[in-house]
Ligand binder design. Structure first.
Ligand SMILES: [Zn+2]
Length: 424
């Protein structure tokens, strides 16, 4: 017997995997051929209503998760208007693509998680698929747009019917709706004529809006409100606040808004936040983020006492108590002399005045509500920022929205639902 040598385990593994893929690709090819040969003959109609006639088979290379599979499908043509169709492609969900649904799913997922160059390396390493970064970009954005289409159809249905599909809220659950915006760096052509925060008044970014819905049943060990794990779903897009309001509303309905007894809207208090809340969630308790309020207090302290100043404890106590009237009174008792400082102070006071009804923090705490919009802010960083705001990135609105749709869908645990919807 030969001496026992140290095996090259990794080489064996790689070899077996390659063999399994090759064998699998062969079987998959046979399955497709068998399916084509035995599929019942159906009349193929053109969009114009005419019967289409078969013009023989046309081959195309198909890339599957098992590797390349040659595939020839029947081509049909209309004698009237000469339109063509590939009914087999339609049934297999491979119209105008050489990538199988399985490969497209991997490309979309990888391309939505990391930069396309990196995604190409990941797919080669994890799935043995050699793909160009540009192809991953194209397919990921295509799938993202299909996700967006699927979501907007669903949104329309839900809003028309007025109910979410499976109302599965736990009894006594508090229902949270929270939204915020974050700037996404854009290509120059997407910013023409837009005003922004750059020194010359031009814009470098456009605001992506992100919304989330989550629930809270209990408290943690320290008695603080605790978000139900896995309960958070996300929606988002670069779009007007009006359209975004409808998107947020549909998502809330889908998640069971109408079954919820306690509905809380958490925002940072921007003007459009109030408009959306009043339009779509008039029954909800609107809470303006406490931590933004603290930042505004600090800014007021800095107007009075310079850039290192912190807000006095008495102000903070009044804020925590939600006594905004007394807080504003206390702060504005002595006005600064400089005109510019006075103007800044009025601006800060305006923030408290506008948001006072949504700052009843003592009451919210007593009811065990969240008083911060940390969940959606973290979402802005993880769902949007980590993929769309890396250095050197410049997006088109179309491309950014496709990737945002994908990331929201995946983070909401709905990517499988999307693919299942394509089979129906
Ligand atoms: Zn026709």
């Amino acid at each position: 017997m030969a001496s026992r040598q140290t095996p090259d385990f990794e080489a064996w593994e790689a070899l077996m995997l390659q063999a399994a893929r090759q064998g699998g690709a062969g079987v998959l090819g046979s399955l497709l051929t068998h399916w084509q040969a035995h599929a019942p003959r159906q009349e193929i109609l053109c969009a114009c209503g005419q019967r289409m006639t078969s013009r023989g088979r046309r081959g195309k290379g198909l890339l599957t998760t098992l590797g390349a599979v040659p595939f020839a499908r029947s081509f049909y043509q209309c004698e009237q208007c000469h339109q063509g169709r590939f009914p087999d492609d339609e049934q297999l969900d491979i119209v105008q693509t050489t990538y199988s649904p399985g490969v497209r799913r991997l490309m979309a997922r990888a391309g939505s998680q990391t930069q396309f160059e990196q995604a190409a390396q990941d797919l080669l390493c994890y799935a043995g698929l050699k793909l160009e970064p540009r192809e991953i970009e194209r397919v990921a954005e295509d799938v993202g747009r299909q996700v967006e289409q699927w979501l907007s159809q669903e949104q329309e249905q839900i809003v028309q019917a007025g109910v979410g599909v499976p109302p599965s809220l736990e009894a006594g659950a508090k229902f949270y709706i929270s939204f915020d915006g974050t700037g996404v760096p854009m290509r120059k052509s997407e910013l023409a004529g837009r005003r922004g925060k750059q020194d010359d008044g031009s814009a470098r970014t456009r605001e992506a809006k992100l919304g989330c819905v989550f629930t809270q049943v209990g408290l943690d060990k320290e008695g603080r409100p605790q978000r139900d794990s896995e309960s958070t779903t996300y929606i988002g897009a670069i779009e007007s606040s009006t359209l975004f309001g409808w998107r947020m509303y549909a998502e809330a309905l889908r998640r069971g808004l109408q079954q919820a007894q306690t509905v809380i809207v958490l925002t940072d208090g921007q003007r459009y936040n109030h408009t959306i809340t009043q339009t779509h969630f008039p029954e909800a308790v609107h809470v303006v983020d406490l931590f933004h309020a603290y930042e505004h207090l600090t800014r007021i302290a800095q107007i009075f006492w310079g850039p290192e100043a912190k807000s006095p404890q008495t102000w903070r106590d009044l804020l925590e108590a939600g006594d905004i009237q007394r807080l504003a009174h206390k702060v504005s008792k002595k006005l600064p002399n400089a005109a510019k400082a006075k103007e800044s102070l009025y601006k800060e006071l305006g923030y408290f005045e506008n948001n006072a009804p949504y700052m009843r923090y003592a009451e919210y705490r007593k009811k065990n509500f969240f008083v911060g919009s940390g969940v959606v802010e973290a979402g802005c960083r993880t769902v949007i920022g980590e993929r769309l705001k890396q250095s050197g990135m410049r997006w088109s609105v179309r491309g950014a929205n496709a990737i945002i749709a994908l990331r929201c869908c995946i983070r909401s645990g709905r990517f499988e639902d999307f693919w299942a919807s394509r089979l129906r």
